[in-house]
Design a protein. Structure first.
Length: 128
């Protein structure tokens, strides 16, 4: 199956509320190039996993941050068919000076998502 060349807006985490729910309750896994936060959705909501990308200003100027976002979205798009359909994922690139290879991201992405899904749930923090 060849992955679609585009990703509909409904397959992306778009609101602050979506990001907060994944960050607050999701399970994390880190690798050489990125950290993933995974939160399972109810089955049947959407036919594909949803993605959110978080690149901080410490990664450099807008051009570099946007390039990182495009690379992460492309790696996710190409590997989407190998992922469970009932998850929300936030991708956070690690601070690196060298260029990030697309193939390295693709390999690490699938491995980290599986690792995060098997991880123990984080204890919920009490509100202040």
């Amino acid at each position: 199956m060849i992955p679609s060349a585009t990703q509909p807006a409904s397959y992306r985490l778009r609101t602050q509320r979506d990001f907060r729910s994944v960050y607050g309750r999701g399970r994390r896994a880190s690798g050489e190039w990125l950290t993933v936060v995974v939160w399972p959705r109810r089955p049947g909501e959407l036919p594909a996993p949803r993605i959110g990308v978080s690149v901080s200003k410490s990664h450099g100027g807008a051009v570099r941050r946007n390039k990182l976002k495009r690379l992460l979205r492309e790696a996710f798009r190409l590997e989407r068919h190998r992922m469970p359909s009932d998850i929300d994922v936030v991708l956070i690139p690690k601070q690196r000076d060298d260029n990030v290879p697309l193939q390295g991201l693709r390999d690490e992405l699938v491995r980290l998502i599986e690792k995060a899904r098997r991880a123990k749930p984080r204890p919920r923090r009490k509100p202040k």
